[in-house]
Design a protein around this ligand. Structure first.
Ligand SMILES: [Zn+2]
Length: 51
């Protein structure tokens, strides 16, 4: 089980490096390996459900 996934085909919005973004599903963050830029990701998997 991999905790981090490489996001193929995505370009970092900060430094512009292609395929440098890494998804951390535990923290729900996308992190760039080149510049260290992180961003929260939003998922709609829980849409329609109240927790
Ligand atoms: Zn970057």
């Amino acid at each position: 089980m991999k905790l981090a996934h490489i996001l193929d085909g995505l370009r970092c919005a900060s430094c512009g490096t292609l395929n440098a973004l890494r998804l951390d599903p535990i923290r729900a963050q996308v992190e760039c390996r080149e510049c260290g830029q992180t961003a929260l990701i939003l998922t709609d998997t829980d849409e329609g459900r109240s927790l």
